[in-house]
Ligand binder design. Structure first.
Ligand code: AMP
Ligand code: GLY
Length: 424
């Protein structure tokens, strides 16, 4: 069948790479894609949030399966749109409904969902401009650090962690009154601080059953030693040594099964990936957030470890047959190091020519912010390439990732030098 993947990042290049290997995949289309996906299928330059245009493309190219990479079209209701089109009854779309996507689109919704379903998470209260004074008194009652979260999607920037109460009050006002994050901060959650180590857990659900994917650790800050501003993620490793059998058993029992049970009992239409960002607090999992999609750059280490045909899993999921799927993972380590444009996540330049981009036996290069111009690979974003390395030991995988990170050349290349070092 012809398959469409929506998105343009390293996650979507990785999904394209995997889907292209499927026995179900005939032609592959990527919307809008990047220089990496252009080698696997046809990039189509459309806005994924213009559903009518996506529909025209689906009809024109005889597409039968749509896989949605990023959260935005999901939160905007792309799944409900396609499921409501009578003339597209043979088109399947993988991802949660608009309501399901609220698990990521509204932190207040997702917190209530966790409370209702007894999923371990930080205590929190939500405030808006009308009861901001109550927010100030709430801050006075709790102890620092203070965690403030914009309710809506804020491109990964909507969380502030502050040590000082005056600063916390100032920022609460900035968010609620001065709309620091626009509409996303119309409501703000004040949350208990969780002290631990983070791990990203992934599963696929059809709303009744689930299959686990490998876990990963993401390195979110721009600088070595976890210094500097947050980014989309500067590197990742999988598997994660501290997510041992004992911990993962708790994750399944207290997080994954309760999440799927909640989706089922609340009649949420959800056939898609779930990404639970967890904090391991003294061996106990707490959910920091849900995402209704795969992580980026976690996908670049998780998906290459999956041995199954991913399109087959997705088709089984869409049929409600996930209970019949049994997964197999490679035991080897996968690590990825993101090559970014100097200055990211703030100001950076685009349009630089990149050379020496080659996969080899122990590495795969996944593209993010790149485009092809007259056959040349040109930088076109903050996060540009992901160097995924493999090895039977973590150190070996990292050596392979870093060999590529050094080899690939362009002016303005920046990468962290310490990905995975804390786990060696
Ligand atoms: P989020 O956008 O919800 O993933 O939050 C961004 C980052 O803020 C997370 O990856 C954590 O590192 C941190 N964070 C969020 N909530 C908490 C919390 N309650 N306690 C400690 N750190 C948190
Ligand atoms: N790497 C974190 C995310 O995809 O949200």
């Amino acid at each position: 069948m012809n398959i469409l993947i929506i998105g343009s990042g390293g996650r979507e290049h990785t999904l394209s790479w995997k889907i292209k290997q499927s026995r179900h995949c005939n032609q592959l289309f990527i919307l809008p894609g990047n220089a990496g996906t252009a080698k696997l299928g046809e990039n189509v330059n459309l806005n994924p949030n213009n559903f009518e245009q996506v529909k025209d493309l689906v009809i024109e190219k005889d597409i039968e399966l749509i896989i949605v990479g990023p959260e935005e079209p999901l939160v905007n209701g792309i799944v409900d749109f396609f499921e409501s089109q009578n003339e597209l009854k043979n088109v399947k779309i993988f991802g949660p409904s608009k309501k399901g996507a609220q698990l990521e689109g509204s932190k207040d919704f997702s917190k209530d969902f966790m409370f209702r379903n007894k999923i371990p998470c930080a205590n929190s209260k939500t405030f808006n401009s009308k009861n901001i004074e109550e927010g100030f008194s709430f801050l006075e009652k709790i102890s620092p650090p203070y965690v403030l979260k914009a309710d809506g999607l804020a491109a990964g920037k909507g969380v502030l962690i502050l040590d000082n109460i005056d600063e916390a009050k100032r920022e609460l006002r900035e968010m609620l009154i001065n709309k620091k994050f626009g509409d996303a901060s119309r409501s703000v959650l004040i949350e208990e601080f969780l002290d631990g180590i983070e791990v990203s857990v992934f599963f696929i659900t059809d709303g009744k059953d689930y299959i686990m994917l490998p876990e990963a650790k993401d390195y979110k800050r721009i600088g070595d030693g976890d210094k500097g501003p947050n980014t989309g993620g500067m590197g990742a490793v999988s598997p994660v040594s501290f997510a041992d059998d004992d911990f993962m058993k708790k994750v399944k029992n207290k997080v994954v099964e309760r999440t799927v049970h909640g989706i089922n009992s609340e009649k949420i239409n959800y056939k898609g990936f779930v990404f639970a960002g967890l904090m391991n607090v003294n061996g106990e999992p707490f959910v920091i957030e849900y995402n209704v999609r795969m992580g980026d750059p976690e996908t670049q280490v998780v998906i290459p470890r999956l041995k199954n045909d991913l399109a087959e899993i997705i088709l089984m999921c869409l049929e409600g047959d996930l209970d019949k799927v049994s997964t197999k993972f490679k035991r080897e380590y996968a690590t990825t190091v993101i090559l970014a444009s100097n200055g990211y996540p703030e100001k950076y330049t685009k349009g630089k020519k990149i050379s020496k981009v080659y996969d080899d036996e122990d590495t795969l290069i996944f593209h993010a912010g790149t485009k092809l111009v007259s056959g040349d690979i040109i930088s076109n974003g903050g996060r540009v390439l992901a160097c995924t390395g493999f090895g039977s030991r973590l150190s070996e995988a990292l050596e392979n990732s870093y060999k590529k990170a050094d080899e690939i050349l362009w002016d303005d290349k920046y990468f962290r030098k310490d990905i995975g070092k804390d786990l060696l």
